[in-house]
Design a protein around this ligand. Sequence first.
Ligand code: COI
Length: 362
Amino acid sequence: MKYPISVELTKQSRLAEVDFDNLIFGRVMSDHMFVADYIDGEWTDCRILPYGPMPMSPAIMGLHYGQAIFEGMKANKSTKTGEPILFRPELHVERLNRSAKRLAMPEIPAEIFLEGVHRLVDLDRDFIPQSEGSALYLRPHMFATDAYLGVRASDTYRFVIMSCPVGPYYPKPVKIKVAEKYVRAFPGGVGFAKAAGNYAATLAPALEAKEQGFDQILWLDGKEFKYLQECGTMNIFVVIDGKVITPPTTDAILAGITRDSLIHLLKDKGFEVEERNISIQEVIEAHQAGKLDEMFGSGTAAVISHISDFSYKGKNFELSPIQGRKVGPMAKKLIQDYKVDAVEDTFNWLLPVRTTNKELSK
Ligand code: COI
């Protein structure tokens, strides 16, 4: 193997501390983490360690100049075999590497990323929750580690994968405010990347929106302030007169893997799905004409989250109650059933986790 992995097992599992009936997103990590370092132009020292703090200089460049990127993916247990499975993991490697390229960071070899995920999930398989809508959330991420304050791309990096059992990210339908003042991304920028800074830039506007009673912001394009981009941590879908519409992915929109999966699943079920620019005006006009059936967001963490209403320039637009909606609830079930292997794997998206650590972890 080109990248051997050393393993140090935890001496004290924290599994008993997990309240599987009351999972808070991102709060409790599982027992182990995977770490690899980029030094002298090469990825090296791949290792699995007990999850915990790592000593680090306060001068690391990831902290100062934002060379920090991440992925979010999920592992579930197959309802057919009871074994852990992954959902389209290779797309997460590709996306992390697109983010890396834009932020002048080194690409991570697929072998390291995927082997790390397999070994980690195998080892911490007992942390995979099994209630509906829950999963083991994996957070692969990379950051610059040169301790240096000059502005340039770092020479060294660390890649880490950690995981945590999670329930639904948004437990209830979300109320959204359409952006009027702030912009998330613009052409030529980094909006398509899962860069830490993209999320940091949304926090103050999100707080402002929260103070006004909203859960999330629906971002409009940064050029004309007209077209829908994304909603909080999700891609946005609008259903008008039975037709499902979502903005095309550009350099200002994250290429969501749930988004892509949903487009395939909905088309497979015979729905008309359009990937095209959609203006906030078109959404409002559809609402006024009684043709705006639904709006929902999609994401790995969020799965499918229904939008109960949206507000634009001080005016609130209510959507039909959740029971009256068809596409969103069905889409949610389609994607959830697919991820737990409860339906046929038509698109060949599921990958069983290899059981390399079984002997080790006994
Ligand atoms: C994900 O859906 O995995 C995300 O990255 C959203 C996260 C920021 C909560």
